[in-house]
Design a protein around this ligand. Structure first.
Ligand code: SF4
Length: 56
């Protein structure tokens, strides 16, 4: 259970171990956002560098 959400960081990545259980927020105090590729010109080109996959 990971329900200590950070209201300042909305996130829909449910496969991340820092995703809030039951709502679309991150539970970390801070995250790092970076580029997904070399041509950063759209929303899809940025992504969370603090992502860690949930353990299965
Ligand atoms: S670390 Fe990044 S991907 Fe993971 S829940 Fe937080 S904002 Fe989402």
């Amino acid at each position: 259970m990971n329900d200590n959400k950070n209201n300042s960081i909305g996130c829909t990545v449910e496969s991340c171990k820092y995703h809030c259980t039951g709502s679309d927020y991150c539970t970390k105090n801070a995250i790092k956002v970076g580029a997904c590729n070399c041509n950063v010109n759209s929303v899809d080109a940025t992504c969370c560098q603090s992502f860690e996959a949930k353990a299965h």
